[in-house]
Design a protein around this ligand. Structure first.
Ligand SMILES: *Cc1c(COP(=O)(O)O)cnc(C)c1O
Length: 398
């Protein structure tokens, strides 16, 4: 079928929760995608920071194929070797002692919210349940994570929201301090805000947040769903900030494109989840955890992290070059391959122009171009994208 035929059928049968572009990707390899009409695209979105090893990385494909032929699913009533190995791998490479697995970022944050509340209730009593999050944050689309998210456009239409969330400006310690009450149990933050416009906090922010949490006995939750798994040039973004959280959530890139979520915590806190307090039918099943094991091992073993740091600096430099040339480019910011370009104009048409010229770009927060390509992107591929973007920008200048 052609792309046009697929789009017609989609209009008929698929709910319109997304404003989808008229592109029908059917095949991928590395940083490239092909649509149903055979058109090739250079992919600088990577499934929204999911395909960190590129599309169809041979090690992930092999792990999925092997596991699919052995055992796809059993149940968390039983022990699952691949899940156990993944938990060990994530814990030995992070601050955490224990892992819980689910199927998405929102679910990982749900698990974090439930664990923080349960731990606080067990430790301090039922009046400590409130979680402080940041304005412009994004934590997911379930009711609890919508309530946690600090964006009106995500929350409107769904009142009443879940009780017990309070929002303060990101990167503002006094505001955070002022929001803590006798009811506060946790602070939940993205190390770098993704959907909110690639917002990087000042270097001291998280140290001061950590200090506040220690003073007040609050749990610090890092939502690393988007920035974890090597995106910033370290396995986890918190490693850049000289602090460790108490709970961390992961999802997007963790299983190379297979749906997974994870919530990691220190033993003292994890112990609050006793049998029967939380669960997920599919969470951490053999198929997805086999894919995640292959993904994490490849990120750790193949020099991907050092490379990401280096190539990220190259991308930032090239984007700075465009900033010097075009007055509507306000700022370029980011760490590793988590990069944003703030514009003084809306970015929607630039993305559409990119599609026509064969590059998948992304705009978030209306006017921030977000670059989250596969971590295996080459300098030549960056040069090609920059050349296309330069051409698009040149057409905008009056
Ligand atoms: C994408 C994202 C989520 C939600 O993940 P889903 O898998 O879509 O539920 C949560 N937090 C952050 C920071 C994200 O970027």
């Amino acid at each position: 079928m052609t792309s046009a035929q697929w789009i017609e059928k989609s209009d008929k049968y698929v709910m319109k929760t997304y404003g989808r572009y008229p592109i029908v990707p059917v095949k991928g390899e590395g940083c490239r995608l092909w649509d149903a009409d055979g058109k090739e695209y250079l992919d600088f979105l990577a499934g929204v920071a999911v395909n960190n090893l590129g599309h169809c990385h041979p090690k992930v494909v092999a792990a999925l194929q092997k596991q699919a032929a052995e055992l796809i699913h059993c149940s968390n009533y039983y022990q699952i070797p691949q899940q156990i190995e993944l938990a060990e791998l994530l814990c030995t490479h992070s601050f955490a002692d224990k892992a819980f697995f689910c199927n998405s970022g929102a679910e990982a944050n749900e698990a974090a919210i439930k664990l923080a509340r349960k731990y606080s209730r067990d430790t301090f009593g039922p009046e400590r349940y409130e979680i402080i999050t940041a304005i412009e944050s994004f934590h997911g689309r379930t009711m609890a994570t919508v309530s946690a998210t600090g964006q009106e456009k995500v929350q409107k239409f769904f009142d009443p929201l879940l009780h017990g969330f309070r929002h303060v400006p990101f990167n503002d310690v006094p505001a955070l301090r002022a929001a803590v009450t006798a009811n506060t149990c946790a602070i939940m933050l993205e190390p770098i805000q993704g959907e909110g416009g690639v917002n990087v906090p000042s270097p001291d922010y998280f140290r001061e947040v950590r200090q506040l949490c220690d003073e007040q006995g609050l749990i610090l939750i890092f939502d690393e769903v988007q920035v974890g798994m090597g995106r910033t040039g370290k396995l986890f973004a918190y490693e850049h900030f000289g602090v460790i959280p108490d709970i961390m959530t992961l999802a997007k890139a963790l299983a190379g494109g297979a749906p997974i979520g994870a919530m990691l915590a220190k033993d003292t806190i994890a112990a609050a989840f006793t049998p029967g307090t939380h669960g997920s039918t599919f969470g951490g099943n053999p198929l997805v955890t086999a894919a995640a094991l292959a993904t994490v091992r490849t990120i750790l073993e193949d020099g991907i992290l050092n490379r990401t740091e280096e190539i990220g600096e190259y991308l930032l430099g090239e984007l700075e070059g465009l900033k010097a040339k075009y007055p509507f480019v306000q700022e370029v910011r980011g760490i590793g391959l988590m990069v944003g370009m703030g514009l003084t104009i809306p970015g929607g048409d630039i993305v559409k122009q990119g599609h026509e010229r064969g590059v998948l770009l992304n705009v978030t927060h209306d006017s921030v171009l977000r670059f989250v390509p596969p971590l295996v992107v080459s300098k030549q591929e960056i040069d090609r994208m920059i050349g296309i973007l330069d051409g698009i920008f040149a057409d905008i200048t009056p």
